[in-house]
Design a protein around this ligand. Structure first.
Ligand code: SAH
Ligand code: SF4
Ligand code: F3S
Length: 447
């Protein structure tokens, strides 16, 4: 059946709902860029004609939430039949999912995967003639003809590589994002330069495992080399990156971080667990001892480094003793912050088949213990810098108190202080007066 195009007086509008990690947020920016190139403008879900969901499936909770949302979107279409609903990204990339969406949510117009987002414009044209379901099994070449980026604010994320080769036994990401593919350094630099020309002062280089950058390229370029090149971009003030896999974190990278002025002394270094038995079952590729050794090397080169991590609680077979090893590791490393997740069974991953799944109540109780421990340590870290003067890159007005300004330290900690709008994008010196678990309060001591 032919669906007629809407006769709308208003300019065509879109709204994108994004779930998942920063890579997904960056993909959403590309989707928005395509729509803007086609003349669409951003709007609210109540008003938008194109409604897209960019999905995540790293844990079951994300998936449940998204399917609930997809059900909800139907109401917009009931009152405004011209609405186009599209769903794409990681969740859709799982085997059987696009079929399921087609059957259970027949009002969805477009279904696409992680490897073909650049085809959205064509799919939008085509969906006037019926549902379009296109999910590629494998990744193509890295797509470089993405829309020119429009910077918003002084910080931006830049994807430097796609996919992951690690196959941690619990993780769905390599299954839905494909193998590691690095962007050419000149393409990364061009993007960073264009962002800086639009006022960006800080970039975060993104990948599932940035330390493996360049290994798949047919040339001699490492992640440390890339940092060196990005460090030369004039006008750029700060560089961060995420995520780092401990097994690929090289001494060359530590040296580059310590030497390069724009690269902030902050590392997100997911450990996942503190027990060697669990680390092996997770297929993480390092032992607790190797991880601790790496932390030692990092701290020797950068004594003020801010370290954060990801932890999984209740991995199949995790005993009280294994969990105690995780608590012990946290006490020893003393992370500034940790993102803690309850293990979630992901179909198609080896861990989903492991026999000894941990009881939900035990998982939750361990999760609480971890959280308490980490919150105490986070607060202690913040209290330890009271009285120190920190370099703060000013971001704008504080969301909670519009009278005050907010910015971040080199360690990525949020600082709230009295300042002025003209300082946005500048680095100012702030003395820390008060510490909370998540925020620091301070006084500017000089511009
Ligand atoms: N590539 C990054 C992170 C990817 S996903 C890395 O390797 O560190 C972000 C985090 O989600 C992971 O670090 C892990 O802690 C968590 N995670 C991944 N799969 C999970 C699962 N099945 N259950 C619970 N947490 C999971
Ligand atoms: Fe998942 Fe492991 Fe790859 Fe991270 S490194 S994305 S946890 S498989
Ligand atoms: Fe989720 Fe995909 Fe990121 S599964 S965590 S959105 S790579």
């Amino acid at each position: 059946m032919l669906r007629s195009r809407p006769v709308s007086e208003k300019k065509d509008t879109y709204h994108i709902l994004t779930y998942g990690c920063q890579m997904n947020e960056r993909d959403t920016e590309s989707l928005a860029g395509f729509l803007q190139q086609m003349g669409y403008t951003a709007s609210t879900p109540e008003e938008a004609r194109i409604l897209l969901i960019n999905t995540c499936c790293v844990r079951e909770s994300a998936e449940r939430k998204i399917l609930g949302k997809l059900g909800e979107l139907r109401k917009y279409k009931l009152v405004r039949p011209e609405v186009v609903i599209g769903i794409g990204g990681c969740m859709v990339q799982q085997p059987g999912m696009s079929e399921r969406i087609r059957k259970e949510y027949p009002y969805v117009d477009i279904v696409f995967g992680t490897h073909n987002l650049h085809q959205l414009p064509r799919m939008l044209e085509q969906c006037q003639f019926g549902q379009v379901v296109e999910v590629w099994d494998s990744e193509g070449e890295v797509t470089e003809n993405l829309p020119e980026r429009k910077a918003e604010g002084i910080k931006a994320h830049v994807t430097i590589m796609y996919g992951c080769n690690n196959f941690c036994s619990y993780c769905i990401v390599p299954h839905v994002r494909g193998r590691e593919r690095s962007r050419a350094p000149e393409d990364v630099i061009r993007e960073v330069q264009s962002l800086v020309a639009q006022g960006v002062k800080e970039v975060t280089l993104l990948g599932q495992n940035v330390n493996a950058y360049g290994k798949d390229l047919n040339r001699q370029v490492s992640f440390a080399d890339l940092l060196r090149i990005v460090n030369q971009v004039e006008g750029l003030k700060r560089i961060r990156f995420t995520t780092s896999h401990p097994k690929d974190f090289s001494l060359e990278l530590i040296a580059a971080m310590a030497e390069l002025d724009k690269v902030c002394e902050q590392i997100h270094l997911p450990v996942q667990a503190g027990s060697n038995r669990i680390l092996a079952a997770m297929n993480r590729g390092y032992s607790r001892e190797q991880y601790m050794e790496l932390i030692g090397q990092i701290r020797r080169a950068m004594p003020d480094v801010v370290l954060t991590t990801d932890l999984i609680v209740g991995f199949p077979g995790e005993t009280e003793e294994d969990f105690a090893d995780t608590l012990d590791l946290i006490e020893k490393v003393r992370y500034d912050n940790a993102f803690t997740f309850l293990y979630s069974k992901r179909s198609g991953t080896p861990a989903a088949e492991f026999a000894e799944q941990v009881d939900a109540e035990i998982k939750k109780a361990r999760f609480q213990r971890l959280l308490q421990l980490q919150n105490r340590i986070s607060l202690e870290h913040n209290q330890a810098i009271i009285g120190s003067v920190q370099e703060v890159l000013v971001e704008g007005r504080s969301k909670t108190n519009k009278e005050l300004m907010t910015g971040r330290t080199r360690g990525n900690k949020i600082v709230v202080f009295a300042g002025a709008d003209y300082q946005v994008g500048e680095i100012v010196s702030v003395r820390i007066d008060e510490a909370r678990t998540w925020t620091l309060l301070g006084t500017m001591v000089s511009k």
